[in-house]
Design a protein around this ligand. Sequence first.
Ligand code: EPZ
Length: 434
Amino acid sequence: MYTPLALDAFIIEGPCRLSGIAGISGAKNAALPALAASLLTSDQVSLGNIPHVADIKTMKQLITGMGVSIQEAAPGQASLSAHHITSTEAGYDTVRTMRASILVLGPLLSRFGEAWVSLPGGCAIGVRPVDLHIKAFEAMGARIAVEKGYIHAHVSRIGPQAGRLQGTTITFPNPTVTGTENVMLAATLARGKTRIENAAREPEVADLAVLLRSMGAAILGEGTSTIEIEGVDTLRGTGASRHDVIADRIEAGTYLAAAAMTGGDVLAARARGNDLEPFLAVLRKAGAEVDVSDAGVRVRGPKTLEACNIETAPHPGFPTDLQAQFMALATQARGTSHITETIFENRYLHAIELARLGADISIEGPRATVRGPRKLQGAPVTASDLRASAALVLAGLAAEGETRVRRIYHLDRGYSEMEKKLQALGAKVRRVPG
Ligand code: EPZ
């Protein structure tokens, strides 16, 4: 398997029409909390369908640094044991490269009564504070101080708490995905019942509940806005069974958007139609043919795409992680598309790069206006974050001539072997050192 280099780029020859099957990997955003869940028990936790992407590698490095042992019997599988934990610290060097590292805070605090987790620091797409995580754990009885850029959290061992978090009601002002997951992880070993109100309803949150239940946790309500967790004294491992994480709906949506905007015909194999419905509804409105089956989701692009308006929202609203890909698609649609980004305040960095390819886009605060169709011309562009890089690749597939997408290390964080999957769909794309 090729080890991507920091400054790799993609060279894309367009335009092309994609057709064939894209094998969808396991979901990065389901695998990350699943790996963190291994910290909750000294028994073995077996996971499968784990995607081969950089963020997963980072999470594995983070927890092995704490003492978790990981055996990988086959690609995509991992047996984890947190029997000998030697450290409850998540260092700045790791956390600054991946915000999802915050997901170790809940399990460490709940099982060991103490954790040191670096504050994540800045992110290209928005400020992205973790105040809701901190407030939730304080409500569960943790003492939290931020010192030298680190969150130091501990649960008093003296008195009634005796080192254990206390179940309570947590009401999030807005749904937070990793916030909900962090509280779910912690609440499994807390004393009494925890009730999360205005919880995130993303499929990845529900998948974590399935894993935790297989470890002996008492959880109800995942997938709804109210999740209840009755704490237990200890959790077991997954025993003889293995938890395979769900398919990646964002990766699937990316290939399906590419099919729609290139007039192609692509089956996203293993993709789950229900998880993608908010996105598929928009593709249908734009004129694409969408077939959902047990095999996956198939999209056939129309001769002419029609402009559509979208507004991102927590699930089951339109996913913000497909907003950039939709913007690329809208450059090829007939008419004016309006996009409103409600989750992150700075998630239009791809727009200026799409304009370099000839797209007609204007931005006003959270609203973007895309006029199409526009004939795109290949050019060098630079990726700024994970989903922005996917949008630039999609635009390169539709553009005339050569597009060079620089800094695709962003892409490698969440897409497994994208160039190979695109080549299998008939695209002329190759990876070159930067
Ligand atoms: C998760 O991030 C995903 N990451 C993101 O995917 C995704 O964009 C996001 O959810 C929204 O769907 C993972 O699951 C690892 P949030 P998360 O907490 O949990 C604010 C990708 O491309 N907020 O749901 O960090 C926050 O600023 C990534 O794969 C606070 O104010 O997002 C945002 O405006 C990018 N305080 C909103 O809530 C907090 O303590 C929702 O963020 C937490 C969040």
